[in-house]
Design a protein around this ligand. Structure first.
Ligand SMILES: [Zn+2]
Length: 291
C-alpha cells in the first residue's frame, strides 16, 4: 500500500474452495494476484473474496480482483454491498478526506457486478469446502459495515479494524476510531463479541497474527477508553480539533514504542491509525451522542 510493504494484510485460505480475506487497495491488486499465483491459485480457482469492511485499504481492490477471478463470489456486509457495486459516493467522500493523497494511498475502486455480490446480515457464512466454514459476525463501532470472520477449521478470527491496529515490529496496539461511524458502546460490544467467539488467534488486517487473544482484546478495549477519555477532556475544555489532536497525541505518546522507534515505523503507525483521524472520529461521536 502506497509503496509500503507489511502494512495492509490480505489472507488466503487454501482448501477446496480457496477464499481471500481482504483485498487491500486498488493499487495493490496486481501484487495480490501475483502472490496468489505463486501459491498456486489461478484465475479460475478462487471461490470467494470477502472483506471485513469497505474502507479502501481493505476493499479498494475488490473490483479489480473480481475481474482477475471471474468465478469468485464477493462477500460483504449488507451496509457495504451497494458501494462495491457503485463506488462513486464512496470515492467522492474518500476524496474529500484525503484530497490528492488519495491516488497515492489507495487508487480508485472499480465497480463490481452486482450479481456477483452476496450481502451478509448480522451473521453469515462462507463455504470453504470439506465442511469447513468461515462464519461472519457483524461488528460495528469502527465502521457500520464491519464484520469479523472466524474459521471453523482453525479458530482464526479475522478482526479487520474492530480491535484496532497492531504493529508487529513493536507489539503496539492503537485504536482505529475514524469518522463518521465510530461509536464507543458498539466498538466495545464488538470486542466483547470477539472474546465470546473463543478464537485461537487474531488475524489483524494491520498487521498480522496474534496468539495472545485474551490479553490483546483487553488491551483493545483499554486503548479505546484511554483515547475517548482524553478526547472528551480536550473537547469539554473547548479545544478545537488541532489542539485536541496535539493534546491527545502528547498524552498517549509514551504508550507506544513505535513512536519512540525509527521515523519509518512511527510514520507507518501514524498512517494507519493517525491521531487526527482518531480524535476527529471520537469528537464526531461525542457531538452526536451528547449534542
Ligand atoms: Zn484499515
Amino acid at each position: 500500500m502506497a509503496g509500503y510493504s507489511g502494512i495492509t494484510a490480505g489472507y488466503l485460505i487454501l482448501g477446496d474452495r480457496p477464499c481471500l480475506v481482504e483485498t487491500g487497495t486498488a493499487t495493490s491488486a496486481p501484487v495480490v494476484r501475483d502472490a496468489l499465483a505463486s501459491l498456486g491459485v489461478g484465475p479460475g480457482d478462487l471461490a470467494t473474496i470477502v472483506v471485513t469492511h469497505i474502507h479502501l485499504d481493505h476493499a479498494g481492490g475488490v473490483g479489480d480482483l473480481a475481474g482477475f477471478y471471474p468465478e469468485a463470489e464477493i462477500v460483504v456486509h449488507e451496509k457495504g454491498a451497494r458501494h462495491l457495486a457503485d463506488p462513486s459516493r464512496l470515492m467522492a467522500s474518500a476524496r474529500m478526506v484525503w484530497g490528492d493523497k488519495l491516488d497515492v494511498l489507495f487508487g480508485e475502486m472499480s465497480p463490481t457486478e452486482a450479481a456477483r455480490i452476496r450481502a451478509l446480515g448480522d451473521t453469515g457464512s462462507v463455504d470453504l469446502g470439506n465442511g469447513r466454514t468461515l462464519s461472519s459476525h457483524y461488528s460495528p463501532g469502527h465502521a457500520k459495515h464491519h464484520v469479523g470472520l472466524i474459521d471453523s477449521g482453525t479458530g482464526d478470527l479475522y478482526v479487520g479494524d474492530a480491535a484496532g491496529v497492531y504493529l508487529p515490529q513493536t507489539g503496539d496496539l492503537r485504536p482505529a476510531t475514524p469518522p463518521p461511524d465510530f461509536d464507543l458502546r458498539t466498538a466495545l460490544d464488538s470486542i466483547a463479541l470477539f472474546e465470546a467467539l473463543g478464537p485461537q488467534r487474531l488475524l489483524f488486517s494491520h498487521y498480522g497474527p496474534v496468539d495472545d487473544v485474551q490479553e490483546t482484546l483487553e488491551r483493545s478495549a483499554e486503548e479505546l477508553r484511554v483515547w475517548v477519555d482524553l478526547t472528551r477532556q480536550a473537547h469539554s475544555a473547548g479545544m478545537d480539533l488541532d489542539h485536541a489532536v496535539a493534546m491527545v497525541r502528547d498524552r498517549t505518546r509514551e504508550r507506544y514504542a513505535a513512536l519512540q522507534a525509527d521515523d519509518a515505523t512511527a510514520e507507518q503507525f501514524e498512517l494507519l491509525s493517525g491521531a487526527p483521524s482518531n480524535v476527529a472520529g471520537i469528537i464526531h461521536w461525542l457531538d452526536r451522542a451528547q449534542p
